[in-house]
Design a protein around this ligand. Structure first.
Ligand code: IPD
Ligand code: CA
Ligand code: CA
Length: 254
């Protein structure tokens, strides 16, 4: 069963309108703490409720797994949704946040959409059909020298209070690269590799909904998606996305 990326875009863009309405009225935005260092806002909840209803109307055969409402119905063919990825940034009025939607069928990521309404950037892809940003084809960067590369990462792991908290890894890699960035949205971080804006991204202790939409886009744009040892696959607890050309230089440093 294929889906229409055009239909999906209409739904995700409408979700973006809901998110932007809250974004433009932050002084009235209800913010709660669902765990230490982990926020949820009324916007997250409203966007997810809209997506769950709209997608189940369009495709009743698919189940749903959303960050805020959990898993419901068919989990072998499901939408995997992060209604607002980058909630902390969103709550501060920053522009770097995104709505991430992916279709996963029998553990295979088939289609993805990552929409950054405040940046007006819409990334989308369907398996085997290429990756697009705002309707234009995108591919990973040509950078093949880690020393000249720009890398991105995140620190979700700090929330897990892990011994391996990425700080030493970041310190090691930052000294071997030219540019380092922490943008604040894993979904967008993955899409920036797909779009050639950064050459590699890694992070630990994420969830599938943070990265699923971006992984479909990145793979179709020619990115590698592995764990920190270079094993191909989607490992939310240890995700490494690269342009392929710096992967071998990065792996010994991971
Ligand atoms: C967060 C963002 C951030 C990552 C955090 C995630 P959320 O998603 O993706 O970049 O470092 O670990 O939790 O919580 O804003 O949906
Ligand atoms: Ca997230
Ligand atoms: Ca979220």
């Amino acid at each position: 069963m294929t889906i229409s990326l055009t239909e999906l875009e209409a739904v995700v863009r409408e979700a973006g309108t809901i998110a932007l309405a809250h974004f433009k009225d932050l002084k009235h935005l209800a913010i709660n703490k669902k765990a230490p260092r982990d926020f949820v806002t009324a916007a997250d909840v409203a966007v997810e409720a809209f997506l769950k209803e709209a997608l189940s109307k369009l495709y009743p055969q698919f189940g749903f797994w959303g960050e805020e409402s959990g898993q419901s119905a068919n989990q072998l063919a499901r939408w995997v949704v992060d209604p607002i990825d980058g909630t902390h940034s969103f709550s501060k009025g920053q522009y770097f946040w995104a709505i991430s939607v992916a279709l996963e069928i029998e553990h295979e990521l088939i289609a993805g959409a990552v929409y950054a309404p405040a940046l007006n950037d819409y990334y989308t892809a369907k398996k085997g059909e290429g990756a697009f940003k705002n309707g234009e084809p995108i591919t990973v960067s040509l950078e093949d020298d880690l020393g000249d590369a720009m890398i991105a990462t995140g620190f979700a792991c700090l929330r897990a209070y892990l011994d391996d908290n990425n700080l030493e890894r970041f310190n090691r890699i930052a000294q071997k690269t030219t540019g380092q960035r922490r943008f604040g949205s894993a979904a967008l971080d993955v899409c920036l590799v797909a779009d050639g804006q950064v050459d590699a991204y890694w992070e630990q202790e994420l969830n599938l909904y943070d990265i699923a939409g971006g992984v479909v886009v990145a793979r179709e744009a020619g990115a590698t998606v592995t764990d920190f040892k270079g094993n191909e696959g989607v490992y939310p607890k240890q995700i490494l996305v690269t342009n392929g050309k710096v992967l071998d230089q990065l792996l010994p440093l991971m």
